[in-house]
Design a protein around this ligand. Structure first.
Ligand code: HEM
Length: 361
């Protein structure tokens, strides 16, 4: 995977190969547009990037090779200018992900949704506000060493799941695709709308972040505050984000931990918080890392870092709020997940220009 991704990235950034050979028909590939126009186009549906006047055309051709950008044609229409994706184009990407999620049910608890949510989070959660490095802009988890960081074990399933989507919509960057997939997965699993905007660019292997930026599940409240504080989150936001553990499960061959957090791991809900508050959690007796299991059924689990949310007073007040009121959790989770996916991204568009995608029927 890493080698394949690396060669793709090489193609994208190499002047002589800006007309990329890829899985789409040759007739769809046109000369490139200058990077700035493409970027403006991504940033706003009505941006100046739609211009195809002679001047820009000429400069565009000259600069295109270096920029690694390209035109792209929809269907059979004659080209009138550079392909500038609109909200409708991104909705098509969303729809493709939603269709794949609905069709590929032979995985884990029946959905790739949870692992997509985790991919978007791990791509974004490397952000460091002091150095303004890391974050979703770059999709550097395409490369080793980042793909082989212990915290990212298992995320190859999510990256591979999205490869056919990238092949069908080659104009979208991996960084935009992975975050859009996170937003789509939350919505498709019954969660709140996650407004999303494009504008991320894929970076090269040198932009990989060092190991150790993502949280360690065996640690306590101090570690959670350190790691999420480095990203720029406060207590309330940290708790809301970790509520995504309503989804999915831990795997012994990935993190070493085992089991789901609740009885509906493919439905976004406030169950994680309700169970944290209402259940009694005992340390599991097993030949594995310290984790907790529910007294009632011994089938669910909590990580030490999850239990830290009810041991710490500052965190616990939010756990209780979210356990009591699912609407409040949905709203506050949506806001903070949007913030997470945008950390460190130099958008040219405004927050109010975010797209709200239609969830599938
Ligand atoms: C203290 C912070 C966190 C720690 C220590 C942590 C740790 C973990 C661990 C150990 C797993 C199991 C991985 C596996 O074995 O497959 C996991 C899964 C997961 N995490 Fe977190 N996590 C944290 C925060 C978050 C946040 C902020 C999100 C999203 C906003 C998130 C979303 C998920 C999801 C959806 C899964 C399930 C993945 C699957 O089913 O494959 N986590 N997390």
């Amino acid at each position: 995977m890493a080698a394949r991704s690396a060669s793709r990235a090489f193609l994208r950034s190499t002047p002589a190969t800006s007309f990329r050979a890829s899985a789409r028909p040759a007739r769809q590939i046109l000369p490139a547009q200058i990077r700035g126009s493409i970027r403006r186009g991504y940033a706003s549906e009505a941006g100046p990037g739609k211009s195809s006047s002679g001047g820009i055309w000429g400069i565009g051709l000259a600069v295109a090779a270096g920029a690694g950008a390209y035109f792209y044609l929809n269907g059979e229409k004659t080209p009138k200018g550079p392909f500038v994706p609109t909200k409708e184009d991104y909705q098509k990407v969303y729809d493709e992900i939603a269709t794949l999620l609905a069709n590929e049910t032979d995985y884990d608890d029946g959905s790739y949704g949870p692992v997509l949510v985790r991919l978007a989070w791990h791509a974004s959660g490397t952000y460091d506000k002091e150095t303004n490095t890391g974050g979703s802009n770059g999709a550097t988890m395409r490369f080793a060493p980042e793909s082989s960081h212990g915290a990212n074990a298992g995320l190859k399933h999510a990256r591979d799941f999205l490869e056919p989507v990238k092949a069908k919509f080659p104009w979208i960057t991996y960084s935009d695709l992975w975050t859009l997939a996170g937003s789509a997965a939350i919505q498709e699993l019954g969660g709140p709308k996650i407004p999303w905007r494009p504008g991320r660019e894929d970076k090269e292997v040198v932009a990989c972040t060092p190991d150790g930026r993502l949280p360690d599940a065996s640690k306590d409240h101090r570690h959670i505050r350190d790691v999420f504080g480095r990203m720029g989150f406060d207590d309330r936001e940290m708790v809301a984000l970790i509520g995504a553990h309503a989804l999915g499960r831990a795997h012994t061959d990935r993190s070493g931990f085992e089991g789901p957090w609740d009885f509906s791991p493919t439905v976004f809900s406030n169950e994680f918080f309700r169970l944290l508050v209402e259940e009694k959690w005992n340390q599991r007796k097993w030949n594995g890392p310290t984790q907790f299991t529910d007294k009632s059924t011994s089938t669910l689990m909590m990580l030490p870092s999850d239990i830290a949310l009810i041991k710490d007073k500052g965190f616990k007040q939010h756990v209780e709020r979210y356990a009591k009121d699912s609407d409040v959790f949905f709203q506050e989770f949506a806001d903070v997940y949007v913030k997470l996916l945008e950390l460190g991204v130099p958008f040219q568009s405004k927050p109010e220009e975010r797209f709200v995608f239609k969830t599938s029927e």
